[in-house]
Every structure is written in structure tokens, then in C-alpha cells.
Ligand binder design. Sequence first.
Ligand code: NAD
Length: 435
Amino acid sequence: MPLVPEPAQTMARLRAAHRSGLNRPVARRKELLRRLRAMLVDCGPQFTEALHADLGKGPVEAHRTEIDYAVREIDYILAHLDDWLQPQPVPTPPQLGTAEAWTQLSPLGVALVVAPWNYPLHLVVVPLVGALAAGNTTVVKPSEFAPATSAALARLLSSYLPSDAVAVVEGGPARTTALLEQRFDHILYTGNGAVGRIVMAAAARHLTPVTLELGGKSSAFVDRGTDLRQAALRLVAVKFINAGQTCVAPDYVLTDWKTAPELEDALAKAVDAAYGSEAARVPEYARIVNERHYRRLVRLLASGRIVAGGDHDPQTRFIAPTVLADVAPDAPVMQEEIFGPILPVLAVEDLDEAISFINSRPAPLGLYAFSDNAGTRERLLDETTSGGITFGLPMAQFLVPELPFGGIGESGMGSYHGRHTVITFSHTRSVVAQP
Ligand code: NAD
């Protein structure tokens, strides 16, 4: 059996590499990003196979949401990194005479990225891109619930990237606990809030700053008078990617009593248009990650009247894209993040009730509104809060590289993507110099 280095040894190696300044020059950072890009491009088949083994993801979806997404992030950062790293001059007060002042981004040191199972490649590689671009050395901890992808990342990252820049630590909670005893300079954790609290408590012992990318119930609101067919097609197009196991997927839909029956009908038609009557045969449609989540989701199917889907198969952990109507606010499906292919529709009186419904629950990661009414849009912006909000294009906040991606309150703290990842993994240093 190969000898697995202890977290303390890994840490000592990366700390020494950071102190040596090896990964600080911008040319070296770009070189590391190019190697990471080469790994993603060269090893596409190995990664798609692993993602299929872990989650039944089809190759098109694996490329679109994981591999190619990460390649685009690298290309975007490579194109802009020089600009972002330029010193930013600021005005000085008169009492400092001719002194000049500016801010500049400097590396933090050794970063830790802890990732979950649902996008097991993307959620390791995209934060890693930022950590390297910012000049840090980095430890990544893939999820043990996506073992094939975790093993592929461990094997391929160590062959494409030098061990004095990146280390992969595989394993479950015991190994992560040992890792968290080390003093990192930044931790980016993606996953559920219960473990988020454990990570934050461990980080507090070393005063290590954390970025927590968590989840929760992202809400959708469909206004009266909206093009319901269009709204339904767009909701279905994003909700059932990865069989609904997506942190930013719309968790439930609010609409008014009058609109609800028509919207439910439009959603059922949109599911049929996208998946036909036998979603189990659609090669791109993913499976539920494990037995525990499968059983949890099957129990939630009883929370309302099934207007589309509902079929499921324990052998393959398949659950069809499902739309539920007549769902009560206190139904089991409304008590936890669904994180699976079930979309409940809840009827409310009007916009006022929709806003108070959203505000009575933890702030969501995403809020997805469909309304042609400028006043309604304004009220949703002013009177609710969420990590991101979109009008007409659910989940698109994820696709704009200049937008910070992150939650608020129970859905997380801090943000990343593009420039924001580089800022997250850097220290904004204040400099004053007398010429
Ligand atoms: P998971 O079970 O894979 O856990 C995530 C990571 O935490 C893993 O690496 C795991 O090893 C580690 N971990 C588990 N228990 C631990 C412990 N006791 N101590 C230290 N580390 C531990 O994934 P999950 O939490 O089930 O992921 C799903 C959740 O993640 C959902 O709530 C989803 O919304 C959220 N999520 C958020 C984002 C985002 O970008 N905001 C993205 C994906 C998923």
C-alpha cells in the first residue's frame, strides 16, 4: 500500500515552498494554470468516466458543468491576471505631502479547499485556480462520496502539477479533521452548513479566514401575467441538471393561486419536452449519489400531488424529474434543502405573501424571479436578500465571470469566481511610500 503522508508533513512541504517564494512570480502562477488546463483537456475521458461512475453524469453534462467550465475559468483568469495584480493607486491626504499610496494583492500562504460530491471536479478545480492565480500553495480535499473523481484528481493533479504547489488529501471526516488541525492561511469550504460550522470553528483556533459556499432552499417566483411556457422551460432546463443535486438549483416555486394550475401544467409539459416519458433512458440524466439520499428523496415525493415524474428505482437510484402541486408550506419537502429532482409549486396570495414567505426562511443562495413588471422586480430587489438574484434567467448568476458567487447567512459567506477568487485568496495590502 502506498504510504499516505500525514497532513502535518504535507503542510510542512507546502509552507516551505511558499516561504521560498517559488510560486509567487506571476509567470510561475500562469505556468501552473496552464498545466492545470492541460490536465483538464488531456484527461477529459478519464474525468467523464469517473463522473459517470460517481453520479451517472453523461459526458455532455460532465463537460458543460465541470470540465469545460473549469477550462473557461482558467482562460478568463489567464487573460486578466496581469491587470488585476496591478497596484491600485489611491489619493493621499495633504498632510502626507508628496507621499504616494496604493493597494496591491499579495499571496496569503497555504490555502485549503474542501469540496463536496455533487460537482466533485468543478468544486475542487475552480477554487484551486484562484488559489494558484493568487500565488498560494494549496491543499485540496475532494469528497469521499465521489470516490472515482477523488481518485482521478489525486492521480492526475499530482502528475500535472508539482508537489510544492498542490497537494491532494483524500478521505472522509477523520482525515479532514486532521487536516483542519493545521494552520492554513485561508480555507474555502463548499458543502452543507453543519460541516461549515465545524470548519469555521477549526479555523477560528488559528484565526484563519474562511469562505463558506453553502446551500439551502433557493426560491423561484413566477409572477401573474408572465409567459408561463417560457418560465417553465427555463426552470426545467436548470432544475434537473445533475438530477437536481445542484446548490443553486431552484428548490421550489412560488406563484399566486390563480396562476398555479397553469404553471403546473406548463412545468409538466416542459419536463415532457426535455425528458420524454422515460427519463431513465435519457443518457445525460444523472442518478442520486447514494442510498441514503435516494431514500430521503423518495420520502419527499409524498409531500404533494405529482403532476410530472414520480417514478423511481432503488436498483439504479433513479428518480424521475418530478413536479409536485398542492404543496403546503409545512410539508416535509419544504423543511430541508431538496437537493434532488423534485420541484414543488406553492401557491400564495400575492407578491406581498411571496416576499414574506421568502423572508421568513434563511436567506437563499439564489432567488429566481420571472416578472415583466418593473415594480415587482424593484420590490424583490429591495425587500428580500439572497446570494444572487436573477430575472428571467435562473442560475445565470453562475455564468457571469465578473459576478461574485456566494451566499449570505445560512447560504454562506464570502464569494469567488474570476477576479473575486483572486481577491478571496489574496491579501489586499496597503502601501504608502515617500518618494
Ligand atoms: P459532502 O458530504 O461531500 O461534504 C463536503 C466536504 O466536507 C467533504 O469533503 C467531506 O469530506 C467534508 N466533511 C464531511 N464531514 C466532515 C467533518 N465532520 N469534518 C470535516 N469535514 C467534513 O457534501 P455535502 O455537504 O453533502 O454537500 C451538499 C451541500 O453542499 C448542499 O447543501 C449544497 O447546497 C452545498 N453546496 C454548495 C455549493 C456552493 O457553491 N454554494 C456547491 C455545491 C454544494
